[in-house]
Design a binder for this molecule. Structure first.
Ligand code: ATP
Length: 309
């Protein structure tokens, strides 16, 4: 369990993390999302004590990271900055860490197997591909068999097989009852693995929600209905929580707050012929963009042909 209370980090004039309050719970994968520069890495660094909060606090399993007697057993982290000696083999790198934390050799062998590094474990880590490097970073994060696992942009630059592997690994860790906290600036990646979402923009909390709720809040439960008698259909469907819109003279209605199946049934009972009944699905990417559009630090811009002088 990770708990942040009014967590704040300032770098001079810049407030990278601004009074964040959130809880990351065990047994599920929580995605940590936000545009570039939103403060995700800074937050994660504070969770593992690599950066000190300017104010507020963050704890793992009820204590600040530095207060744990055996922190590697509490939280395993893969952060963006890697500190792997390029001349050392993956096995030696993990053994060195295990040795300094009183972790047995057996556990090193276990994490090598879990991360599929058996064939390359004795090779120089400096010669590793990006994917292998990520696997090694994850192996190191899992070394202490931690109840909380935190990964910063774990799928960055991975091939589809690597992405699928990470997805299965994270779901498996959550199913074992661990707290799993994963950052990304890509909604599409997180949507496949996370159930819960913490979304930040410019250091502020924008949403603490579920993937399901984010979609429905963004209008994911709208249904397009084309019928022979839209005026009567409006009357038939009207009710509490149901919102109906449509242009005068058009056969098309947009219905929010009623599933397609219920609309079809009601129309059928009233004898109204339907020509089309289409649930509109808002992609998570769209929902995310809508939520974070004001919080993006650097908007891209492009000149249209007409604007060139
Ligand atoms: N050491 C530092 N000194 C000054 N500013 C910093 C420092 N570290 C981060 N920042 C600034 O704080 C803000 C948050 O950065 P952070 O790296 O935490 O964002 P992020 O959400 O992880 O972004 P990304 O998705 O690009 O990795 C940015 O504006 C960044 O420039």
């Amino acid at each position: 369990m990770i708990e942040a209370h009014q967590l704040t980090k300032r770098y001079g004039e810049k407030t990278a993390v601004d009074r964040l309050d959130f809880t990351v719970r065990p047994g599920t994968v929580t995605g940590f999302l936000g545009p570039n520069g939103a403060g995700k890495s800074t937050t994660m660094r504070m969770i593992v004590g690599l950066d000190a909060p300017s104010s507020g606090s963050v704890t793992v399993n009820g204590r600040r990271y530095a207060e744990h007697a055996a922190p590697l057993q509490e939280v395993g982290a893969l952060l963006e900055a890697k500190s792997i000696h390029p001349g050392r083999s993956a096995f030696d790198h993990l053994m060195a860490q295990a040795y300094t934390h009183g972790i047995p050799r057996r556990r090193v062998e276990e994490v090598i197997e879990m991360t599929g590094l058996q064939a390359v474990a004795k090779k120089r880590a400096g010669a590793f591909s990006l994917g292998m490097g990520q696997r090694l970073g994850i192996a190191a994060a899992l070394l202490g068999d931690p109840s909380t696992v935190m990964l910063d942009e774990p799928v960055n630059g991975l091939d589809p097989e690597g992405v699928l592997w990470i997805r299965n690994l994270l779901s498996g860790l959550a199913a074992e009852g661990r707290t799993v906290f994963v950052s990304s600036h890509l909604m599409s990646e997180i949507a496949l693995v996370a159930e819960h979402l913490i979304i930040v923009g410019r250091g502020r909390l924008l949403a603490d929600t579920t993937v399901k709720d984010l979609v429905s809040q963004a209008g994911g439960d709208t249904v397009k209905v084309v019928s022979a008698d839209p005026a009567r259909l409006r009357e038939v469907l009207a009710g509490p929580g149901v919102d109906i819109s449509g242009r005068a003279g058009s056969e098309e209605l947009e219905v929010t707050g009623m599933p397609a199946r219920a609309i079809g049934t009601a129309a059928g009972k009233a004898g109204i012929t339907l020509f089309e009944l289409t649930p509109r699905t808002v992609s998570l990417e769209e929902a995310f963009m809508e939520l974070t559009q004001d919080a993006v630090e650097y908007h891209g811009s492009f000149a249209t042909a007409g604007s060139a002088a």
